[in-house]
Ligand binder design. Structure first.
Ligand code: NAD
Length: 259
């Protein structure tokens, strides 16, 4: 009943972590999945293998989400392959941590360009494709869905990560303003803001018991999250079962935002 069977889903940054988990979960539900990756081709191939093993279809596609021409080419490829696009999961993201006074313009620009501009570029291509569909307009369910993967740091400030927190705060308002703009066109836009999820982005923490225990103190539910925790919510949020939700962020964080 999740109604994503046969739908075409593009997941950015799907060669590892949360994006990989989401791409595989959509595969399990019978979707066609475009597995975007930046540099880790082996990771992307592994994601695709798991999708196919689970009964889904897909292909891998290399593109830097921060580069306009690469993003446009990727969406064109998705349409060549499957004729249309139904769901975009805007997931790719990076961290470049630094104390503020020594943060370089490069560290600032890299994070804003990948995390925020990358999500803008992908969303714009997806919206153009959704707007060219008319089939269920105006009475049926949504004709397209975008899910922005943000972070609890879209509302919790983060010292020494000002670039990252700024990019995520920006995503929150990008998501909400876009949701308002395209709701009358039957396009749904939502966000998922993960708490602490065990992936490569913060592997310095998972390999250090002291850092891990420090982190657990910030999580009321006393468990580190897994990519699957995000993936299940993403599939539901892109499905017809959540059709009346738009412009909302779901914090999947074991209660981290309660403190
Ligand atoms: P990750 O490092 O495993 O995944 C990030 C993915 O993005 C990688 O596959 C990487 O190759 C890809 N990527 C980086 N730059 C790219 C670019 N320019 N173009 C295309 N792809 C690019 O880490 P993750 O934890 O899975 O992160 C996924 C998303 O979740 C990120 O947006 C991150 O900010 C967010 N997030 C993660 C956590 C966490 O605790 N892990 C918490 C909150 C938010």
């Amino acid at each position: 009943s999740l109604e994503v069977i046969g739908q075409t889903v593009l997941v950015t940054g799907a060669s590892s972590g949360i994006g990989q988990g989401i791409a595989i979960e959509f595969g399990k539900q019978g979707a066609n999945v475009v597995v975007n990756y930046h540099s880790d081709e082996d990771g992307a191939k592994y994601t695709l293998e798991q999708i196919i093993r689970a009964g889904g279809k897909g292909f891998i596609h290399k593109a830097n989400v921060g580069k306009e021409e690469e993003v446009v080419a990727m969406f064109n490829k998705a349409v060549d392959e499957y004729g249309t696009l139904d769901v975009l999961i805007n997931n790719a993201g990076i961290q470049k941590d630094s104390e503020f006074s020594s943060m370089t313009l490069d560290q600032w620009n890299m994070v804003i360009n990948t995390n925020l501009t990358g999500q803008f570029l992908c969303a714009r291509e997806a919206i153009q494709l959704f707007e060219s569909k008319k089939e269920s307009f105006p009475e049926g369910k949504a004709i397209g869905n975008i899910i922005f993967i943000s972070s609890v740091h879209d509302i919790i400030p983060w010292a020494c990560h000002v670039n990252y927190a700024s990019s995520k705060g920006g995503i929150l308002m990008l998501m909400k303003s876009l949701a308002l703009e395209v709701a009358p066109k039957k396009i749904r836009i939502n966000g998922i803001s993960p708490g602490a999820i065990a992936t490569d982005i913060n592997d310095d923490v998972w390999n250090d018991d002291e850092k891990k225990n420090q982190l657990l103190k910030l999580i009321p539910y006393k468990r580190i999250g897994l990519p699957e925790d995000i993936a299940k919510v993403a599939v539901w949020l892109a499905s017809g079962d959540s059709d009346y939700i738009t412009g909302t962020t779901i914090y999947v964080d074991g209660g981290m935002t309660l403190y």
